[in-house]
Write a new protein. Structure first.
Length: 118
């Protein structure tokens, strides 16, 4: 399975971005998908996860209703809509996929940079 994330960029505080992650390869084996992020000098944060059927959605504590994860299985794509962005959201965002339905993510994408200016 390969994961290709896109949609990152530079946005002003209060703005929005939509990240996409397209999966290829043995996509039939994918169960949960999600996003993590890592800012320079900081630990990696869990952002969100979504089950194969679109349920089992969980968000990291810092999200506080600002982000929405969704997926389109016909396109093998997971999305992360991010609203009300703050400079603290600046990080590299990584798409992940789990094939064993155990929330241990077996595949990681290359990451997409999100930069929020104040």
């Amino acid at each position: 399975v390969q994961l290709q994330a896109s949609g990152g960029g530079l946005v002003q505080a209060g703005g929005s971005l939509r990240l996409s992650c397209a999966a290829s390869g043995r996509t039939v084996s994918i169960s949960n998908m999600g996003w993590f992020r890592q800012a320079p000098g900081k630990e990696r944060d869990f952002v969100a996860t979504i089950g194969r059927s679109g349920g089992s959605i969980v968000y990291g504590n810092f999200v506080k209703g600002r982000f929405t994860i969704s997926r389109d299985n016909a396109k093998n794509t997971v999305y992360l809509q991010m609203n009300s962005l703050t400079p603290e959201d600046t990080a590299v965002y990584y798409c992940v996929a789990d094939i064993d339905n155990d929330f241990v993510y077996d595949y990681w994408g290359q990451g997409t940079q999100v930069t929020v200016s104040s």
